[in-house]
Design a protein around this ligand. Structure first.
Ligand code: NAD
Length: 433
């Protein structure tokens, strides 16, 4: 596999390491490029080029028909320099070690950029959550948590929801961990139900944060958000909330899609009605009222001002970046733009609001949740929304300044700012022993 030279040099001279998949190469290429700009010591680059720890498991789980299946599962911890590691758990057929390693590295940059006292982690189970019953998902989650127990903890590694996992998944994780400890440990996970120590506004935080960043970017670009035509790919936690926030800000949302395909209406979609439909039917499939059905590929190429990618990685690539018709690309998902896609968009002068900045609202409110759990003292919605807006604006302004001062892309600026935060800590601590 093609592997970025700058990173390859600081690692293994001959063979590829186990996590070196195309998505990991994307994260490593971004890092290698940012390291050229960040001016940090060589030992920092060496340490940050790879995860600190990776756990590979197979989970034996009894299915509802009485048979047993074995599910591959992973947890990767990229950096513990700034504090415990933090990152989501996803249930998806594409989960593998390389994907978790790439996402864990992005989490390190995201936490550092937002100045949260965490490093990055990511994990998941390779399964198709839509084909599993709730009791089966519960057994998978509980077995996964029990197997991970030596490697996670409130001061060690704190999971959160990601694709196809949610508040219920986190409740099962919290309960399983607590049963093993013998007392309730709400601070072991974030994104859990409010009744067991979850935070108000955590559910909305990522999508709301995406729109806070869009609003700030519109301010810098001299645009009025309420006059923009927007397309949102993904209608789950991030995309669904982002679409609602855009709609409530008065922007015209002309297209949305989920895994079943997309809907388009030039006059603007009725977002509350789409949510009601999805709540009843499980997806957008079959929604026909006043809309034109489009495929996911067509949705990305719709004429619009702002395109929000909030589904999954690798959506804008070398083969379709030239066909996009947006003026601003917004990464609500992690890693939705490939390195080649990024290059084409840069050549076309389309700015990209990068994932490690734009979708950081989730981990920021997760941090607030953890702090509240540790202190056993809870804040109200207005306070959390205000603190989130402060954090997102501060990070956005730092990224925008670095981008302007250095004449580099917003992605490079975000990575440079984040790497410097981690580097400062690593230089102060040194490499043990
Ligand atoms: P989710 O499972 O709630 O929603 C995912 C949505 O994307 C669903 O509507 C699904 O149908 C759709 N989708 C999946 N594959 C698709 C495809 N090929 N084409 C179009 N739509 C597709 O997941 P989520 O929590 O909203 O996460 C979405 C992305 O945001 C992921 O990349 C995740 O890592 C990232 N993210 C999530 C959070 C969070 O707090 N949930 C925080 C930061 C980043």
């Amino acid at each position: 596999m093609e592997y970025p030279q700058a990173v390859a040099q600081v690692t293994h001279p001959a063979s590829n390491l186990e996590w070196e998949t195309p998505l990991y190469a994307q994260a490593a290429t971004q890092l290698a490029h940012a390291l050229e700009l960040a001016e940090v010591p060589d030992f920092v680059a060496t340490r940050l080029a790879h995860p600190e720890r990776a756990v590979i498991l197979t989970l034996p789980v009894r299915l509802d028909d009485g048979s047993y299946a074995s599910f591959p599962a992973y947890r990767v911890q990229h950096s513990s320099v700034l504090g415990p590691t933090k990152g989501g758990i996803r249930y998806d057929m594409a989960v593998d070690l390389g994907e978790c390693a790439a996402l864990a590295m992005w989490m390190t940059w995201k936490c550092a950029l937002l100045r949260l006292p965490y490093g990055g982690a990511k994990g998941g189970v390779r399964c198709n959550a839509r084909e599993l019953s709730m009791p089966e998902l519960s057994r998978i989650t509980r077995r996964f948590t029990a197997e991970l127990a030596p490697f996670i903890g409130p001061q060690l590694d704190i999971p959160a929801p990601d694709m196809a996992t949610n508040e219920q998944t986190m409740a099962w994780m919290m309960d399983t961990y607590s049963m093993q400890k013998g007392y309730a440990v709400p601070e072991i996970v974030t994104g859990k139900p409010i009744s067991i120590g979850g935070s108000v506004f955590r559910h909305e935080a990522t999508g709301a944060g995406v729109v806070m960043v869009i609003e700030r970017a519109c301010g810098r670009l001299g645009w009025n958000l309420s006059e923009q035509r927007c397309v949102v790919q993904g209608f789950g936690n991030v995309g669904g909330i982002a679409a609602t926030e855009l709609y409530e800000h008065g922007a015209r949302v002309v297209g949305v899609a989920d895994i079943s395909g997309g809907v388009h209406a030039e006059g603007g979609l009725d977002i509350p009605s789409l949510h009601a439909y999805v709540a009843e039917h499980g997806s957008l499939e079959g929604y026909e009222t006043g809309v034109e059905r489009v495929s996911n590929e067509e949705l990305l190429e719709l004429d619009c001002d702002i395109l929000v990618l909030a589904a999954r990685e690798d959506q804008v690539r070398g083969d379709n970046a030239a066909n996009l018709h947006c003026k601003l690309l917004v990464e609500g998902a992690n890693g939705p733009t490939s390195v080649e896609g990024d290059r084409i968009l840069a050549d076309r002068g389309i700015p990209v609001l990068p994932d490690i900045l734009t979708n950081a609202g989730g981990v920021t409110v997760s941090y607030f949740e953890w702090v509240q759990d540790l202190g056993r003292l809870f804040w109200d919605r207005d306070e959390i929304r205000r603190r989130l807006a402060d954090k997102m604006s501060d990070a956005f302004d730092r990224v925008w300044s670095v981008s302007e001062e250095r004449g580099i892309s917003l992605r490079d600026a975000a990575l440079v700012a984040a790497i410097r935060e981690v580097s400062g800590a690593l230089e102060a601590r040194g490499v043990y022993p």
